[in-house]
Structure formats: C-alpha cells, structure tokens
Design a protein around this ligand. Structure first.
Ligand code: SF4
Length: 85
C-alpha cells in the first residue's frame, strides 16, 4: 500500500467518524485524492495547518475548501480584533 503524503493521516478524525465508513470504495477514493496525492487541496489540511487540530470541525469535508476559507478568514478577523491598537 502506498504511503500517505499527509502527516495527519493516522489521526485524521474525518475517516474515523465519517459515514464513509459504510462506503469503503468512496472512502478509498477520497483518501487517494487527498491523503495519498494532494494534501494541500484538502480543506481539512488547510485548516489544520493554520489553526491547529482544535480549529478543524469534525464534519469538515476534504472537498469543502470554501468553508475552509471562511473558517480561516473568520480566525483572521478575530486575531485582528484581539490585537492591541
Ligand atoms: S482528510 Fe485531509 S487532513 Fe485528513 S488525512 Fe486526508 S489529507 Fe490529511
């Protein structure tokens, strides 16, 4: 079996909690696209690397890059508000 390119693969909650467990062919297809080939296109990876493990909602789909961008933008706004003027 090929080695995943994503360093978060072993502990990634998405594949453990996902309904995809009931659809192993779809599960493997998503892993092939994101975890084994192109982690940087994964919404979960994008949020995980910038906000840490606590910033990734359990239900965030790897394909949900729009939602990832909103989460990152929201965090950026909160950070600016937290900074002293
Ligand atoms: S779903 Fe995304 S964060 Fe999780 S292991 Fe795959 S590439 Fe990494």
């Amino acid at each position: 079996m090929a080695k995943p390119v994503c360093e978060f693969f072993e502990g990634c909650p998405y594949f453990k909690n996902s309904l995809l467990q009931e659809f192993p062919i779809m599960l493997e297809a998503r892993q092939e696209v994101y975890c084994f080939k192109d982690k940087k296109s994964c919404a979960r990876y994008q949020v995980r690397t910038q906000l840490g493990p606590g910033g990734v909602p359990d239900d965030l789909l790897p394909s949900a890059t729009d939602r990832a961008q909103r989460l990152l933008a929201k965090k950026g706004q909160n950070t600016e508000e937290d900074e002293p003027s």
